[in-house]
Write a protein that binds this ligand. Structure first.
Ligand code: NDP
Length: 400
């Protein structure tokens, strides 16, 4: 029985609150804090039979956060605010002696730079205090790291190549909208592509490499585009037999057409421009005029399919395993008032929190998901709504 403090009342925060409230045996008390308290109150009002406490906090301000943590006295802080706030929330956890969990690695506001170095640098300080931080406990990063660990533990003697493939085979019917925070989403997909090959990062233009992948369970073939994604960095560090790692995501032609125009006209810039004597960041302005991802919940139909194709050797022979999950947007909305993108992030965050609070996953310092036993996590994840499916084969699929 543990008190938890959730920071961030967005799409993912909503799912985290709903799912924590379903696991009363683990989460004895829930506080939701965010920049706008009315958003916390609206989420709290959706939960029947569980009193959720709410608070206002600026997650970029360490003294404010530390004060709130001392008031709430949680065993764990779940950070589902924005990646810009990871370090300040980690600082406040260090100061107050509380464990930490997030779903996305730290990004500086002024450069779209995705790397774990800043957060890994907290390892010794957390270790000295006997604290634990679990990084990237969403779906990707998160479950995809655990799927890779499962491939290494149960299916292959040596994982040599991985393709992480993220499909949103659903549609919200809007001309252009992003399924999670538009600013974070567009920074990610417009970043230069990097993949791991022969012990080094190979750079290429964003989304320049396109392939088709035949998704299972009736979803069928869809175009996938190669891009950089943060879990590759920790996976190649912790599973050093991986000599090639690539990340792929589906995008509709419509999404890509709009994105290209927005980029060409400068609307995805993240530096300040002068507008009528006022400084504005074009991407932040764009976020203000795009549909709120939270409003897409009732409109989104179809399924997501996110998984890992891992190739390697078993008993000296070539073997491939595809480990994936399929999630239905409308079922997620019915259960938590959120579509599958928020759901597939929030449920693993709660599952990671359960692993920490029940000591099934425990360590001192900073950890990524693949460093722990995948079995208890995947068992709980399935019970929480995201079951794992596995297809084994002797053939290796080569995307590039
Ligand atoms: P939203 O934009 O919907 O929600 C973010 C929330 O954080 C908002 O409620 C916002 O407040 C709050 N917030 C922002 N700045 C501050 C601040 N300074 N102080 C306090 N609260 C603040 O984002 P999502 O819910 O879609 O995403 C949440 C996180 O999940 C992000 O880090 C994202 O990168 C990550 N993510 C991870 C995925 C994975 O699979 N690993 C996939 C999708 C998302 P306000 O409402 O007032 O703006």
């Amino acid at each position: 029985m543990s008190k938890v403090l959730i920071i961030g009342a967005g799409g993912v925060g909503r799912v985290v609150v709903h799912k924590c409230a379903q696991a009363k045996d683990v989460f004895s008390s829930i506080t939701l804090a965010s920049r706008t308290k009315s958003k916390c109150d609206a989420i709290a009002a959706e939960i029947k039979g569980y009193d959720i406490a709410t608070a206002q906090v600026d997650a970029g301000n360490v003294p404010e956060l530390a004060k709130l943590i001392r008031q709430v006295e949680p065993k764990l802080v779940i950070n589902v605010a924005l990646p810009y706030q990871d370090l300040t929330i980690m600082d406040a956890c260090l100061e107050t002696g509380v464990d930490y969990l997030d779903t996305a690695n730290y990004e500086p506001l002024d450069t779209a730079k995705f790397e774990y170095s800043w957060q890994w640098a907290y390892h010794d300080r957390l270790k000295e205090k006997g604290l634990m931080a679990l990084l990237g406990s969403g779906f990707d990063p998160g479950v995809t790291n655990v799927y890779t660990a499962l491939a290494a533990k149960d299916y292959l003697d040596e994982v040599q190549e991985i393709d992480i493939i993220d499909a949103n085979a659903g549609s919200h019917g809007q001309p252009f909208a992003t399924n999670f925070n538009p600013e974070i989403n567009i920074r990610e997909v417009t970043a230069e592509c990097r993949h791991w090959e022969d012990n080094r990062w190979v750079e290429s233009a964003a989304l320049a490499t396109k392939r088709s992948f035949d998704f299972p369970d009736g979803i069928g073939p869809m175009n996938i585009y190669r891009m950089y994604h943060e879990e590759m960095e920790s996976l190649v560090k912790h599973i050093p037999t991986i000599r090639k790692a690539q990340f792929w995501m589906t995008f509709s032609d419509n999404y890509l057409k709009h994105l290209e125009v927005l980029q060409n006209v400068g609307m995805t810039r993240i530096d300040e421009v002068d507008y009528n004597g006022q400084k504005i960041v074009p991407l932040q302005f764009l976020k203000a005029v795009l549909p709120d991802p939270g409003s897409l919940g009732p409109l989104t139909k179809g399924r997501t399919c996110i998984g890992v194709v891992a190739k390697g050797l078993k008993n000296g022979e070539k073997k491939q395993v595809y480990i994936y999950n399929i999630c239905d947007h409308e079922a997620c909305y019915k259960e938590t008032n959120s579509q599958a993108i928020s759901y597939t992030t929030g449920v693993p965050a709660v599952t990671g929190a359960m692993m920490m609070l029940t000591d099934k996953w425990r360590g001192r310092g900073v950890f990524n998901m693949e460093q722990f036993d995948p079995a208890p996590f995947l068992e709980t994840l399935g019970l929480m709504g995201l079951p794992t499916q596995v297809i084994e084969s002797e053939e290796w699929l080569h995307l590039t």
